[in-house]
Design a protein around this ligand. Structure first.
Ligand code: NDP
Length: 398
């Protein structure tokens, strides 16, 4: 039987995943892209046909319905379901995979639509069900979470006896020419950015006000940028899996203009996630805002500049204190030229494809629910170099 993959979600990331799977057709012999809106799937299929002369199939699916998912998976019998819909669909898709005994992969941890709090708890709770079904789930195989976790695992394996601190540094220096737009799903992005910050130190979480802590970091090939402390989901799994860690923080760059727009939208209530009544109709302000903002999948053509995402780890090797920086730089225009997408979708979609490849070809194989840093990073790191995301390592002064 052919290696068939079912990709769910035809947004910015789904498009990159589908294109990159097509470019790795020796592993992904049969590709099916399913989403709520079939026209989006068909447009992506056409782009793949035009660029690479490869046919993929498309389907429609409501991934909020476990029953519909089970029916589709049973009909298609894929080797793996690759979830790049929204974090709200993680649990339904995982449950459908358990019922049909098919492997699962995603790039973002579960978030309930009514509570702006993303966490692994409910996904990790399905570990036994995955084990009992004899299948594997790989969580967070995007860039961050994803590659940043692997950079930590790689640093741990090759550079340290013990890592003491990690700072994850995420810079998107792209310019799309709009006054305000988000580079991935607006709702998920704005919920993440407007929430309180959090970092982990000496065994406990420390909370900050949104954007309360700022540091200036000099990103290679980009320059000095203001970087703000946020809570980000990979920290939840890294504190479990990097033993001896004393502190982990996550920083992301924002322009002054982005922050001013965001504060203004927040002040007038447009980031609200509870229903409000408008002329007899119930609307969720954040959902309405997402309707008004540019579709992230449409930004590719207009975006110029680079992304630079990496980790700075300090720790001890052979009794000596060390500090290293592992990072990846990507030019937005190169992503557009290759697969018609901007860099944020690209840097997420490529590791999702590689994670799926590692599972399908058996390089990473186990039963249960896993975060990416639990596996040996070396082959995945080589695959990044081969598939458009070459990375660099620098020793820094301690
Ligand atoms: P988009 O909003 O562009 O795309 C999401 C897609 O999911 C859309 O095509 C949408 O449907 C589809 N979808 C939503 N709800 C359903 C549903 N109920 N049933 C079926 N399909 C549905 O988002 P992105 O592509 O930007 O992001 C995709 C995922 O990637 C998100 O989970 C995001 O959090 C994650 N991400 C991870 C990153 C990382 O580094 N780890 C970075 C960036 C994003 P429709 O077909 O109607 O359009």
């Amino acid at each position: 039987m052919k290696n068939r993959v079912l990709i769910i979600g035809a947004g910015g990331v789904g498009s990159v995943v589908a294109h990159k799977c097509a470019l790795n057709s020796e592993v992904f012999e049969d590709i099916i892209l399913a989403s709520r809106t079939i026209s989006k799937c068909d447009n992506i299929a056409q782009s793949i046909k035009d660029r690479f002369d490869i046919d993929i199939q498309t389907r429609t699916i409501d991934a909020d319905s476990v029953d519909d998912l089970i029916t589709l998976i049973n009909e298609l019998k894929p080797k793996l379901v690759l979830n790049v819909a929204l974090p709200y669909q993680d649990l339904t898709i995982m449950d459908a995979c358990i019922a049909t005994k098919v492997d699962y992969l995603d790039t973002a941890n579960y978030e309930h639509p009514d509570t702006a709090k993303f966490e692994y708890k409910e996904q990790w709770a399905r570990d036994k069900a995955f084990k009992d079904a004899g299948i594997m789930a790989l969580l967070g195989s995007g860039f961050d979470p994803g590659v940043t976790n692997l950079f930590c695992a790689y640093a741990q394996k090759h550079y340290f006896d013990k890592i003491e601190t990690i700072d994850i540094m995420d810079c998107n220096d792209g310019d799309h020419g709009y006054a305000f737009a988000t580079n991935f799903n607006p709702e998920i992005n704005l919920r993440e950015v407007s929430a309180n910050g959090r970092y982990w130190e000496n065994g406990k979480w420390c909370e900050t006000k949104p954007m309360e802590i700022m540091e200036v970091w000099n990103y290679p090939e980009v320059g000095e940028r203001d970087s703000y402390l946020l809570y980000h989901e990979e920290m939840e799994s890294l504190i479990k899996h990097i033993k001896g860690l004393k502190r982990i923080r996550f920083f992301m760059t924002f322009s002054k203009s982005y922050l001013t727009h965001m504060r203004c939208l927040e002040n007038v209530g447009m980031l609200g996630i509870k229903e409000v009544e408008h002329k007899g109709q119930k609307i969720v302000p954040m959902e309405f805002l997402a309707t008004l903002l540019p579709d992230p999948a449409s930004l590719g053509e207009r975006t110029t500049g680079k992304t630079n995402i990496g980790i700075i780890a300090t720790g001890i090797k052979d009794g000596v204190k060390k500090r290293i920086y592992i990072y990846q730089v990507k030019q937005h225009e190169d992503c557009y030229a290759e697969v018609g997408s901007q860099g944020v979708s690209y840097t997420t979609g490529v590791p999702a494809m590689i994670g799926a490849k590692m599972m399908i070809n058996g390089t990473w194989r186990d039963k249960g629910v896993f975060n990416i840093e639990e596996f040996d990073p070396d082959i995945f790191m080589e695959e990044l170099n081969k598939n458009g995301l070459p990375w660099s390592i620098k020793e820094l002064v301690v």
